[in-house]
Design a protein around this ligand. Sequence first.
Ligand code: UD1
Ligand code: CA
Length: 454
Amino acid sequence: MFDVVVLAAGKGSRMKSITPKVLHPIAGKPMLKWATEAAKTSGAKTVHLVLGFGREQIIPALHDIDLQLAFQDEQLGTGHAVAQALTHVSNCDVVVITYGDVPLLKPETIQKMANLAADGSLAILTEFLSEPAGYGRIIRDNGFIKAIVEDKDASEQQKQITEINTGVLAAPTSLLQQWLPRLSANNAQGEYYLTDIVAMAEADGIPIQAAHPTNSIETRGVNSRLQLATLERDYQLNSAHQFLDAGVGIIDPARFDVRGDLQVSQDVSIDVNCIFEGRVVIEAGVSIGPNCLIKNSHIGRQCRIEANSIVEDSIMDEACTVGPFARLRPGTRLANRVKVGNFVETKKVSVGVGSKINHLSYVGDAIIGERVNVGAGAITCNYDGVNKHITEIGDGAFIGSNCALVAPVKISRRVTVGAGSVLTEDVQEDSLALARGRQRNIKNWVSPAKKLSV
Ligand code: UD1
Ligand code: CA
C-alpha cells in the first residue's frame, strides 16, 4: 500500500504568467492534472498535493480529482514540502514523491518505485544525461549510491558526474518520518533538501536502489515556456510515432496534434496540421485533409473530411463527405453518404441518408430526412431572439437556393421550395412552395444619369 505526494508549491516565475506554472497545459491538459492523474492510476491509496503559490487558482482546476491537500506557505525546500504532506499520511507502508511540473511520469514508473521501497529500501529514479548541469548528482561508491549532491553544492569533480537525480523518490513511510525532521538547511541554497535523506539512509544502513524511466520524456520538468513548448512537441512526436507504428497514415508526424484520447482504425490518412481534441474515434478508411480540427466526435468508415474543416461533438456514419471549410457544431449527426460542402455550418441537426447541403448554408435545430437537397445559401432561421425552434424537412425534399426557413416549420416529403423563398408556414407532401415577390419587368426603363457640371 502506498501514497503519492505531488509537490507543486513553487512559483514558476520563469513562465512570466499570471496562471500558475502547473496549470499550463501539455497536450491540452494542465501539467498538474497529468501528474495527479498518473498518481491516481498508479494505484496509490491517497494522493497528496502540496500547494503554495497560486492555490486559489489550482484548487478549482482540480476539483474532479480526489486529492488530500497540504500547504506550504514558504518554499523552504523539497524536504520541507514533503514534510507538510507527511502529517496526513497514515498507516501507509510507502510514500512516492513526484512533481507537478514533471507531467509525463508514467503510472507504471510510480508503481515500480513503490515496489522497490516496499521491501524496505530507499528508491531513487535516476538518469544519465550528457549535460547534467543544474541537477543533483548521484554519488556512488563501488557502484552503491551513497548520497545526492545538489549542483550548487557540488565540487568541480562531482559536477562531472552524469548520473542525475530526476527528483522522483520512494521510501518506507516510517523512515521518511524519522529522516525529515533531521534535515538541516545548512547548504548553498539555505533550503531543506529532500535529497539529504539519501546520505541518512546510507548512514542508517538502509539499502538504496536506483530505477530508471522507460522513456526520458517521463522525467522532463518544465520551468520555462521554451521547455513547455519543447516537451509538447516531443510528446506529440512520440504519439505520432506510436500511431504510425499502429498503421495510421500520418503524412507528417511533426504536424500532428492529439489533445485527448484518439482511436484510429486501419487505412486512415491524416494530412498535415490536424488537431484532435477530447475523445475522437476514427473508423477505417477515413481520409482527413489538411488543417482540420476534430473534437469529441465519431467519424464513420470511409468518410472524407476535406481541408480546413472543424468538427465538434458530432457523429458521422459511413462514407460522408465534409468540407472543405465546413463547420460541424455540437449535435450534428450525419447518416450514411451525407455531403456537407464548403462554408456550411450545422448545429443540433440530424441529416438522413444521402442528403446534401453543399454550399454556404446554416442549418441548426433541424431534422432532415433522406435524399434531401438543401440549395446554396439556404438557412434555417431557428432563433427568434428568445427561443430556438425546430425545422423539419421530409425525405426527398428540394430546398432551392437562398431560402430562409423560419422555424418552427415543417416541410413534408418531396416538397420543392422555390429559390429565394422565406417560408413561415408548413408545406404538405408533394407540393411546390413559393414565398417570394414575383418578378416584374418594366419596359423602356431609363436609368438615372449624373448631370455633367460645366
Ligand atoms: C530538485 C532536486 C535535484 C533534482 C532536481 C530535478 C532537491 C533538493 N533537489 O532540484 O536533486 O536533480 O529537482 O529537477 O530536491 N518545491 C516545493 N516546495 C519547495 C521547493 C520545491 O513544492 O519548497 C517543488 C517545486 O514546485 C518544484 C519541485 O519541488 O516543482 C522541485 O523544486 P526545485 O527547487 O526546482 O528543485 P531543483 O533545484 O530543481
Ligand atoms: Ca527545478
